[in-house]
Design a protein around this ligand. Structure first.
Ligand code: NAD
Ligand code: ATP
Length: 288
């Protein structure tokens, strides 16, 4: 393993410091890492790392090291895109549900990665498309979720939803979360969605505050094709938010199509913890 990319949380002095140390460590092993331009500009010795645009930082890499929190890891998955490069997430954020390697574990984990001795957890992602007047105007890959949400005005949004071309229901709600098993512990969890083990391949459709006594989150198969038609007044703001980080303004009649991506994210696993211990430690699951 010779080509390593480093993606660090922006404007974070702690992440910058750890990145500097990691670059020194890699330099001693005759590896020239690649970093994003914003990080390169802040390094004390920028010559020790190649610099690339965010969209290119993972090109040709054997491993991507993420220094930050869950948000940085999610953003890194978008930068990796379809390349399926293994991602080692080192938690320098607050929760660190997805970035499960601690700073103490970073160098032993790096040693193992360089020796090719590591396991990855393969995570399904979703592809979300927005169609306006039958034309695709947006296309995004997400690790966690695609969320339709109303704007500031407190009006219900009507979302006519079908699965594999069959009518499911018209959700009347504040919004709708369509998430992967990885994303099930994010926003969907807050909307009473189920916790889904990331080893499964499936999609959860979780309404946000539906105005009914009977709606419950629905889990469909990974091959399902979900279509949601937005029915809102002209002056109402409705948004599609991808992984909580990219926003698209929707208008009445827009169709949001969501299905499994052809590509997976590959997260390097910690040797010291498993998914259930992370659930207990980070989300206090099962505590009473
Ligand atoms: N009410 C909510 O719970 C709510 C609202 C908006 C977004 N979100 C989630 O935040 C995600 C974006 O994360 P961010 O860090 O960029 O935004 P953020 O900084 O707003 O973080 C939200 C929190 O969710 C945690 N988180 C993110 N993905 C997770 C996952 N898969 N499992 C468990 N915890 C997770 C983060 O560590 C953070 O503590 C979105 O994809 C969405 O799932 C949650
Ligand atoms: N390199 C990067 N490229 C793009 N966006 C980034 C990058 N680093 C951080 N971000 C953005 O900064 C936000 C905050 O980062 P992050 O979530 O990692 O920190 P945190 O809130 O401290 O940690 P946690 O998510 O574990 O609570 C992310 O949602 C992401 O949008």
């Amino acid at each position: 393993m010779k080509k390593i990319a480093i993606i660090a949380k922006v404007h974070d002095p702690r992440c910058l410091g750890v990145a500097e140390e990691l670059i020194d460590w890699l330099t001693q092993r005759e590896i020239v890492p690649r970093v994003e331009e914003h990080l390169s500009k802040q390094l004390r010795h920028p010559g020790l790392a190649e610099s690339a645009e965010s969209s290119e930082v993972a090109t040709g890499a054997d491993l991507v090291v993420v220094l930050g929190g869950d948000g940085t890891l999610i953003a890194a998955c978008r930068m990796v895109g379809s390349r399926e490069v293994p991602i080692l997430g080192v938690n320098l954020g607050s929760l660190g549900f997805l970035t499960e390697i601690t700073l103490d574990e970073m160098y032993p984990a790096m040693e193992r990665c360089l020796a090719g001795d590591f396991e990855v957890s393969q995570r399904m992602m979703l592809l979300a498309q927005v169609l306006r007047g039958g034309e695709q105007i947006e296309r995004h890959r997400v690790l966690n979720d695609a969320v339709i949400n109303k704007g500031a005005l407190a009006r219900i949004v009507d979302m006519e939803t079908s699965v594999d071309g069959r009518h499911l229901t018209t959700f009347k709600a504040d919004g709708l979360i369509v998430c992967t098993p990885t994303g099930s512990t994010g926003y969907s969890l807050s909307a009473n969605g189920p916790i889904i083990h990331p080893g499964l391949n499936c999609i959860s459709i979780t309404p946000i505050c539906p105005h009914t006594l009977t709606n419950r989150p629905l889990v469909v198969g990974a091959e399902a094709s979900i279509a949601i038609r937005i029915d809102a007044q002209e002056d109402e703001a409705v948004f599609l938010t991808l992984d909580g980080q990219v926003g698209v303004k929707l208008i009445c009649g827009d169709q949001v199509h969501i299905r499994k991506s052809d590509h997976v994210a590959r997260l390097v696993q910690s040797r010291s913890k498993d998914y259930f211990s992370v659930l207990r430690a980070k989300l206090k699951w099962g505590e009473r």
